[in-house]
Write a protein that binds this ligand. Structure first.
Ligand SMILES: [Zn+2]
Length: 78
Protein backbone atom coordinates (compact mmCIF):
# COMPACT_ATOMS: atom_id res chain seq x y z
CA UNK A 1 0.00 0.00 0.00
CA UNK A 2 2.72 2.44 -0.93
CA UNK A 3 1.39 4.16 -3.98
CA UNK A 4 -1.07 6.88 -3.27
CA UNK A 5 -0.25 9.84 -5.40
CA UNK A 6 -3.38 11.88 -5.18
CA UNK A 7 -3.17 13.89 -8.34
CA UNK A 8 -6.36 15.13 -9.87
CA UNK A 9 -6.14 14.24 -13.52
CA UNK A 10 -9.62 15.37 -14.39
CA UNK A 11 -9.13 19.02 -13.56
CA UNK A 12 -8.99 21.49 -16.39
CA UNK A 13 -5.59 22.02 -17.95
CA UNK A 14 -3.45 24.90 -16.95
CA UNK A 15 -2.43 27.58 -19.38
CA UNK A 16 1.26 26.83 -18.90
CA UNK A 17 1.04 23.42 -20.53
CA UNK A 18 2.69 24.87 -23.62
CA UNK A 19 5.99 24.97 -21.74
CA UNK A 20 5.79 21.30 -20.88
CA UNK A 21 8.97 19.43 -21.60
CA UNK A 22 8.81 15.99 -23.09
CA UNK A 23 7.97 13.59 -20.36
CA UNK A 24 10.75 11.07 -20.38
CA UNK A 25 13.17 10.04 -17.71
CA UNK A 26 16.49 11.66 -18.62
CA UNK A 27 18.31 8.69 -17.19
CA UNK A 28 16.65 5.65 -18.71
CA UNK A 29 14.29 7.22 -21.29
CA UNK A 30 11.28 5.57 -19.75
CA UNK A 31 8.02 7.34 -20.30
CA UNK A 32 6.79 9.26 -17.30
CA UNK A 33 3.46 10.98 -16.98
CA UNK A 34 3.28 14.77 -17.15
CA UNK A 35 2.01 14.67 -13.59
CA UNK A 36 5.06 12.72 -12.49
CA UNK A 37 7.36 15.18 -14.22
CA UNK A 38 5.59 18.10 -12.67
CA UNK A 39 5.61 16.70 -9.16
CA UNK A 40 9.05 15.09 -9.08
CA UNK A 41 10.92 17.02 -11.76
CA UNK A 42 12.71 20.32 -11.65
CA UNK A 43 11.08 23.59 -12.54
CA UNK A 44 11.25 22.64 -16.20
CA UNK A 45 9.50 19.33 -15.53
CA UNK A 46 12.64 17.35 -16.22
CA UNK A 47 13.23 14.20 -14.23
CA UNK A 48 16.54 12.39 -13.95
CA UNK A 49 15.12 9.30 -12.38
CA UNK A 50 11.85 7.43 -12.35
CA UNK A 51 10.28 4.37 -10.79
CA UNK A 52 12.06 2.26 -13.42
CA UNK A 53 15.59 3.29 -12.53
CA UNK A 54 15.22 4.57 -8.97
CA UNK A 55 13.28 3.38 -5.99
CA UNK A 56 9.97 5.07 -5.34
CA UNK A 57 11.31 6.07 -1.96
CA UNK A 58 14.18 8.04 -3.44
CA UNK A 59 12.00 9.62 -6.09
CA UNK A 60 9.55 10.76 -3.45
CA UNK A 61 12.39 12.32 -1.51
CA UNK A 62 12.78 14.61 -4.48
CA UNK A 63 16.05 13.20 -5.71
CA UNK A 64 14.85 12.67 -9.27
CA UNK A 65 14.89 16.36 -10.05
CA UNK A 66 18.66 16.69 -10.05
CA UNK A 67 21.09 14.61 -12.13
CA UNK A 68 23.74 14.49 -9.42
CA UNK A 69 21.32 13.55 -6.68
CA UNK A 70 19.65 10.96 -8.87
CA UNK A 71 22.98 9.35 -9.72
CA UNK A 72 23.93 9.35 -6.07
CA UNK A 73 20.66 7.67 -5.17
CA UNK A 74 21.31 4.96 -7.73
CA UNK A 75 24.84 4.46 -6.42
CA UNK A 76 23.44 3.97 -2.93
CA UNK A 77 21.12 1.26 -4.20
CA UNK A 78 23.98 -1.07 -5.05
ZN1 LIG B 1 14.33 6.31 -15.27
Amino acid sequence: MAETMSIDMSSSRNADDSTMADTQCRNCDSFVTPQFARVFGNNRNEVYGCFECMTATEVKKGRANDPVEANRAREEMR
